[in-house]
Ligand binder design. Structure first.
Ligand SMILES: *[C@@H]1O[C@H](CO)[C@@H](O)[C@H](O)[C@H]1NC(C)=O
Ligand SMILES: [Ca+2]
Length: 252
């Protein structure tokens, strides 16, 4: 197992790129957002004097030739294990987002049961052991003083790709027939259980779909973000719109 990276790096990179004021607001303009992101990145680099970890910007050529394994409701998806250049790569959560983002995609977000079933089916049919999703706990700088996110283990989760909140973790989401969070895990408790925090203080702040790791079928788990996993990428409207508007004529 590789040496874990300090959890603070995730908080830093998230709070720099996604100040919580932007969370759950989809109205933000991409150009303004990029300016903020770049300014913040430069400022932090200048202060820190060492490379930080940041969200990657999309690469127009990669966006135009992005892998399209399947299509659902206006979005393309792919599993990294099925892309020759990525087939053997397992990455931490932020690197996972960045792999996707260079293709104008982001880690997958399952807002509906139908979409979740598609991802579960992909995992089952291909014997995928686990994947990263864009699900993230709002536990970094800027998430304080948000009464609506308390308690964090119930109300504090959101999809990073579009900054939409998840349903409360203790409930069957509206319109779903089951709760996608596992009923068990390391502590034999329902998820999210933040189990690694109890072991050594590392928060389980990222959402992974695990395939029967705890004899629990395919289900959602909170997992520490440094773990290395393959990814499922999903088209990002935000990044596609941005690259389309800045590259007239590019076929996406
Ligand atoms: C925490 O515990 C996990 C599981 O035993 C281990 O893989 C990880 O390296 C530990 N992290 C730290 C920071 O000690
Ligand atoms: Ca867990």
């Amino acid at each position: 197992m590789t040496k874990p990276k300090p959890a603070a790096r995730y908080y830093n990179s998230d709070s720099v790129i996604f100040p919580a004021v932007y969370l759950f607001k989809s109205t933000i303009k991409m150009q303004a957002w990029l300016l903020v992101a770049c300014a913040a990145a430069l400022a932090t680099l200048a202060v820190a004097q060492k490379p930080g970890r940041f969200l990657s910007l999309p690469n127009p050529q990669k966006c135009a030739s992005r892998p399209k394994e399947f299509f659902y409701r206006g979005h393309n998806y792919f599993y990294s294990g099925h892309v020759p250049a990525l087939a053997n790569r397992k990455v931490d959560w932020l690197d996972g987002r960045n792999i996707c983002r260079e293709y104008c995609m982001d880690l997958v977000s399952m807002e509906t049961q139908e979409e979740n079933n598609l991802i579960f089916k992909l995992i089952q049919q291909n014997d995928v052991p686990y994947i990263w999703t864009s699900g993230r706990l709002c536990d970094f700088k800027g998430c304080e003083n948000r009464k609506d996110l308390e308690p964090k283990n119930v109300f504090g989760w959101f999809w990073s790709a579009n900054r939409e909140k998840l349903s409360p973790t203790t409930q069957i989401p509206n319109g779903w027939g089951y709760n996608p969070w596992s009923q068990t895990g390391h502590k034999k408790q329902r998820q999210p259980d933040n189990a690694e925090f109890d072991i050594n203080g590392t928060s389980e702040s990222c959402l992974s779909v695990l395939n029967n790791v705890y004899n629990d079928g395919i289900a959602w788990h909170d997992v520490a973000c440094y773990h290395e996993k393959p990814v499922v990428c999903e088209d990002s409207d935000e990044l596609l719109n941005y690259v389309a508007s800045t590259n007239p004529g590019l076929r996406l």
